[in-house]
Design a protein around this ligand. Structure first.
Ligand SMILES: Nc1nc2c(c(=O)[nH]1)N[C@H]1C(S)=C(S)[C@@H](COP(=O)(O)O)O[C@H]1N2
Ligand SMILES: [Mo]
Length: 323
């Protein structure tokens, strides 16, 4: 692709996502040829760089960014699971109207030296924001590739100085029926709860997102603060977090409490352990311009492809027992 092409936004899809993708391609083209200036690029255009995200070998090795085709912004923000707003995929976009994300406070406590109730600004103060491009694999059998903004979970947790008794971290979502109409339906035992073992929580891939596609997090994606644990099924990525607690015992989680035979605490993506009602061997990859319903099926990978980074956390564990 020439720089002129890189600058041209296809009118067909003038979406935020298209603008973002073009900015990326432009950056990629510039990176491929540092001496190139916009003025001098017409004739001696360099060989076209692949229309893909440029990632450094370090980022790839850490699993921080993938160059797989991104899911469109409009799909990331219109096909969601956020049961506090209803169980249909389009229901969470209603959150835009009712979920107030500012002011927002997070109460942090339990087994730590410095508990507190912090505004979102104070919680994140001084921590360098990063962009991570993660695969998100829903337990239902679909997946996306999403560029998130946020901070490593470990950077936030460390400020509270967890004690040696902090073996797990528990998370709780907002549970306000006035803002979340779906809470009147007792599908889950509200508020939504999740948890991680402390070593999982401190892993460099565990991430707290405050944005996506370079913009603030939309309500339907869990604004203003949501968890991402890319090697686990999507439901571990609890949205709209208001409480974090360091605990000694494995905490109860919303989906485990509701259907313990179907959803375990660990919920690592595992193509070899089927859901009792469906196979987990493959997934519908919603990305690019593929239609959501007819998206290609691709094989599901152990730990959602993050095995090189995280498999050692589970050394010696029977992952069929600890599903
Ligand atoms: N509070 C809360 N968090 C939640 C959910 C939910 O219903 N409530 N759904 C989970 C599920 S099943 C998935 S797949 C992801 C979806 O995130 P996304 O809508 O941003 O893609 O959010 C997870 N976090
Ligand atoms: Mo999910």
């Amino acid at each position: 692709m020439s720089l002129r092409d890189a600058l041209r936004i296809p009118l067909r899809e003038v979406t935020d996502e298209a603008v973002y993708a073009d900015r990326r391609r432009l950056l990629a083209a510039l990176a491929a040829s540092p001496a190139l200036t916009l003025a001098g690029c017409t004739e001696a255009a360099p060989p076209p760089p692949p229309a893909k995200t440029v990632i450094t070998p370090e980022q790839a090795k850490a699993g921080f960014r993938t160059d797989e085709e991104l899911t469109r912004y409009e799909d990331v923000t219109s096909y969601n699971n956020f049961y506090e707003f209803g169980s249909g995929k389009a229901d969470p976009s209603r959150a835009r109207k009712t979920l107030r994300t500012s002011p927002w406070h997070v109460l942090v406590g339990g087994e730590c030296a410095k508990p507190g109730r912090l505004s979102l600004d104070d919680l994140l103060k001084g921590i360098k924001p990063e962009e991570r491009i993660y695969r998100l694999r829903c337990v239902e059998g679909w997946s996306m590739v999403i560029p998130w903004l946020g901070v490593p979970l470990s950077s936030v947790l460390k400020r509270f100085e967890p004690t040696s008794k902090a073996k797990y971290v528990a998370f709780v979502s907002l549970g306000d029926p006035a803002q979340m109409p779906g809470i009147r339906v007792p599908i889950l035992d509200w508020p939504y709860r999740e948890g991680l073992r402390i070593d999982e929580a401190m892993h460099p891939l565990a991430f707290l997102a405050t944005g996506l596609y370079g913009k603030p997090l939309p309500q339907q994606n869990g604004a203003p603060l949501r968890l991402l644990v890319p090697w686990k099924y999507g439901f571990k990525g609890i949205k709209s977090i208001v409480r974090i607690e360091f605990v000694e015992k494995m905490p109860e989680t919303a989906w485990h409490a509701s259907q313990p035979e179907e959803y375990g605490f660990f919920s690592n993506v595992n193509p070899d352990v089927d859901h009792p009602r469906w196979s987990q061997a493959s997934e519908r990859r919603i990305s690019g311009t593929a239609s959501k319903l007819f998206a290609d099926r691709i094989p599901t990978r152990p730990f959602n492809g993050y095995g090189p980074q995280v498999a050692s956390l589970y050394a010696g564990m029977d992952l069929r027992k600890w599903f």
